[in-house]
Design a protein around this ligand. Structure first.
Ligand code: LLP
Length: 853
């Protein structure tokens, strides 16, 4: 168990350590505690070393001693002999100065006293507090090894230890006792001199000891519960990583995470000793376990990190294509200047590399000197300041297909270099430094939304930093009616018959009321294509909604279910003339979205007021198939044709009363509707006859755990601010999904299971015939075994249906309990675009619909 400087600096912290050690003892474990120096002491010792004046050195040593006396006082303990010895040795070192020992060896020995003293003090405290504790000199156990290219400084101040399991040490300790305390940061080299371990020192010591003793585990106790999916200071929604393998953890540590120094993991790899990171103040939190690779996890991006202060050096070979030895020539210069290269991109005539400031002393002189030497062999360009954004995850290259949405984000900015690590663990983008702070939280969100960062796998991903340490304002969990109050009823319904869609009307009403709180919106229409069940249509009519329909069938369904007073919109696309003719016999307001309709059927619309649907040139949404803007999509009249449309309208006595735009479905950015609103309003100013603007639907509902919900109050603020500029237009909206998605679930029953290699398939009695969204859009729906909701989810399954298509998959890589034939499985968020998109394919029974009210 390793404790850092702040964890050993006060009495309460030591009491805490005592409790933690005692709890491990209670589990039957023998404990070795590794400690750092009290906070501030290492710095004080360094300052003492830099002091030429003997008097001042002696004075500094006295002040350092006093810190330890004060803490002992507080503990009501006498000065233990081990500590007294250290203190007098330190006083002597201060008195004597480096002398014959040499500056560096003396400095190492002086600084080692921080840990020697804190551990001596700790041994006294723990023994006094009822845990007899043996003080162990780490230098007797950790032998520093000589490495090639080591100078005196690195040998003494940044040493390395080769730690192999040492049964003799184990046996020796077994005779001595049950609890031990030793020092982090220090070791001894072949000549017997004390050496320091350099950066990451105490954690690395803990790992060395873990390896030497082949410990059950190494616990790093610190001020945070572990490693996160991103730096929580930049991304408060970053999730705790509960399980990592050594390589992943090392990669995350190397690319920016500060919790661990990357070098402290390698000693544990070979002896396969797991490391656990824990929060000293919140020991109940799970923490991060780092261990050997575990195969049965869903492939996932584990973290996104950013390193700033990166310098890129681009080297162009001058006119010598594929010149032999070019790389050797340029890299020789980096060696010469003592600079270590991080990322590399290469072409026939160009090599671009990055220099990381954490590995290099990068000042402008060092770079200038390098550049001038490089200029002798090539044309040099230095690009700085840059930042490296890295996605980390085992098997990165097999996840590329999940990253399209994330990569699209890089379309807006300059990317200087892309590099994928040859160990297949990371993918790095080097961009300008100034874009990183805004970009990172956004990328993190996109990774979750794209299902690339599999936050649904609760074995891997824990709570967000915000939930653990923030103000407690966490987005409300998605509708959970089926998890709690209605679970029993759903089990009965599922046992009776499957497949079945079940809709929860209170949730529909709740969503409707939330949208009605949008004060800026004058009229809400429900886009009935999402779900045409009559009970839902009735409930929304009662809430005062109008209805948006796209076919005569939808219009008829609505007319049959809702009162005469409910406003209707008819917004078809590429519909036949007869549809318009029929719709004109109803009270629906009709929208046109092409020149064709007026050019060819103009007389139909003579004297009518219509809505013009325009294409604002771009689409948005959860998948490219639901984006309805731009020339790649068939919807709307391009803005440049609006004048032609107006001339045609004039010619046929048609009045453009409304403007309409709908850019896509599943949008989670509140700003989007403000932009559409503003664009439609300024277009309306040109037209004159317009009275209302319909900014479409598309309000998204987060599907992946950890994705943020739309902030309806924020949306209202966005809309109000546009309305303030254009108060003379009514504002209309037409959401579908938002109202019904969470209100519906699909129930199915387990039919059979199959294993294939490392893959496990869980079959249920319906699939893409009932719910096509996963097959069509790779949409993510939460899937649970409702029969075994409380059982631990131990297996990783592909949840598939009985349809003869490889695409018949309802969910990939789902962590679920072991299932039995007949178990009721629930597919969540199936209230929107579920039943309405189902088909009789393979002549399988259609899912029945049940209403809960
Ligand atoms: N208005 C118009 C003109 C639309 O075309 C749509 C949806 C909506 C409103 C409602 O969009 P919502 O609020 O539901 O996102 N089947 C896809 C969604 C396709 C949406 C088609 N149009 C899915 O399951 O995600």
């Amino acid at each position: 168990m390793k404790f850092g400087g702040t964890s050993v600096a006060t009495l309460p912290r030591w009491q805490n350590i005592r409790e933690l050690v005692a709890s491990r003892r209670a589990e039957g474990a023998r404990v070795l505690v590794v400690v750092s120096a009290l906070t501030g002491i290492t710095d004080a010792l360094k300052q003492m070393c830099a002091q030429e004046d003997k008097g001042k050195r002696v004075e500094a040593a006295r002040a350092i001693a006093q810190r330890h006396y004060d803490l002992l006082d507080h503990m009501q303990l006498a000065v233990p002999a081990t500590l007294a010895e250290r203190l007098s040795e330190l006083a002597m070192l201060a008195e004597d100065g480096p002398g014959a020992m040499g500056e560096l060896a003396w400095a190492a020995l002086v600084q080692a006293h921080g840990e020697l003293m804190s551990s001596a003090l700790g041994a006294a405290f723990l023994s006094h507090a009822g845990l007899p504790t043996e003080w162990l000199d780490a230098r007797d156990c950790l032998a520093a090894v000589a490495l090639p290219n080591q100078n005196e400084r690195t040998k003494l101040l940044s040493a390395m230890v080769e730690a192999r399991p040492d049964p003799a040490l184990n046996a020796r300790l077994a005779e001595l006792g049950e609890v031990f305390i030793t020092q982090g940061f220090i070791a001894r080299e072949a000549q017997g001199r004390t050496v320091l371990l350099g950066r990451g020192g105490s954690d690395t010591s803990a790992s060395y000891f873990g390896a030497l003793l082949k410990a059950q585990r190494v616990e790093i106790w610190t001020d945070v519960a572990g490693m996160f999916t991103a730096n929580p200071r930049q991304v408060p929604g970053a999730r705790l990583l509960q399980r990592l393998d050594y390589e992943e953890a090392q990669e995350i540590a190397s690319t920016g995470a500060k919790v661990l120094h990357p070098r402290c993991l390698s000693p544990l790899r070979e002896p396969r000793v797991p490391m656990l990171i824990k929060d000293t103040n919140r020991p109940e939190l799970e923490g991060t376990v780092i261990g050997p690779e575990v195969r049965e996890h869903a492939p996932s991006v584990k973290a996104i990190s950013a390193r700033k202060g990166i310098t890129l050096v681009s080297m162009e070979s001058v006119g010598m294509w594929q010149q032999v030895g070019f790389l050797a020539d340029v890299f020789a210069q980096f060696k010469q200047h003592g600079l270590s290269v991080d990322l590399i991109g290469s072409a026939e005539t160009n090599v671009t590399v990055s220099l990381d400031p954490t590995e290099n002393l990068l000042d402008s002189d060092a770079i200038a000197a390098l550049a001038s030497d490089l200029a002798k062999v090539c044309r040099v360009k230095v690009i700085a300041p840059c930042a490296a954004i890295t996605l980390v995850g085992r098997g990165m290259r097999s996840m590329l297909h999940t990253l399209s949405g994330v990569l699209a984000e890089f379309g807006q900015i300059r990317v200087h270099l892309i590099s994928q690590s040859s160990n297949n663990l990371n993918l790095t983008f080097v961009v300008d430094e100034n874009v990183v702070d805004d970009l990172l939280p956004h990328l993190h969100e996109l990774l979750i939304a794209a299902g690339a960062l599999r936050t649904d796998d609760s074995a891997l991903f824990g709570p967000s930093w915000q939930a653990l340490y923030g103000s407690g304002e966490v987005a409300a969990p998605a509708a959970s009616w089926w998890r709690t109050a209605e679970r029993e009823r759903l089990l009965r319904l599922g046992a009776e018959r499957t497949p079945r869609y079940v809709y929860h009307l209170p949730t529909v009403r709740q969503q409707a009321r939330e949208l009605k709180s949008l004060g800026a919106v004058d009229r809400l229409h429900y886009a009935v294509k999402a779900n045409t069940h009559p009970a839902i249509l009735k409930a929304l009519a009662e809430e005062g909604f109008g209805f948006e329909c796209v076919s005569p069938g939808e219009l008829k369904a609505v007319l049959a279910a809702v009162p005469e007073s409910a406003p209707l919109l008819f917004t078809p696309n590429f519909a036949p003339r007869a549809d318009y003719e029929w719709a004109l016999t109803t009270r629906a307001t009709i929208s046109l979205d092409a020149l064709y309709q007026l050019e060819n059927w103009g007389e139909l619309f003579r004297g009518r007021e219509i809505v013009l649907r325009v294409d604002l040139g771009r689409g948005l949404g959860h998948h490219e198939k639901v984006r309805t803007g731009g020339s790649g999509s068939k919807f709307g009249l391009p803005v440049e044709l609006v004048d032609s449309f107006l001339r045609l309208a004039d010619a046929h006595g048609v009045i453009v009363r409304g403007l309409h735009a709908h850019l896509g479905s599943g949008i989670l950015d509140e700003g989007h509707w403000g932009e559409v609103y503003g664009q439609l309003a300024s277009l309306a100013e040109r037209i004159g006859s317009v009275a209302f603007l319909d900014i479409g639907g598309g309000l998204g509902v987060p599907s992946h755990p950890g994705e943020a919900r739309l902030d309806i109050a924020a949306l209202d603020r966005v809309l109000r601010s546009v309305k303030a500029a254009y108060p003379h237009y009514q504002l209309w909206m037409e959401p579908g999904r938002y109202l019904v998605a969470d209100a519906g679930v699909l129930l199915a029953r387990v039919t059979q299971q199959k294993g294939k290699g490392s893959w496990r398939y869980l079959g249920v009695d319906t699939g893409m015939n009932s719910l096509i969204r996963p097959a069509l859009y790779e949409a993510w729906h939460e899937i649970v075994n409702l029969t075994r909701l409380d059982e631990p989810a131990t297996g990783l399954f592909q949840v598939v249906g009985p349809i003869c298509e490889s695409g018949d998959v309802l969910g990939t890589d789902r962590r679920l309990p072991e299932a039995q034939e007949g178990d009721v499985v629930l597919v969540a968020q199936a209230g929107a675009y579920g039943k309405v998109m189902s088909s009789p394919y393979n002549m399988r029974d259609e899912a029945e619909e049940v209403i809960l009210d």
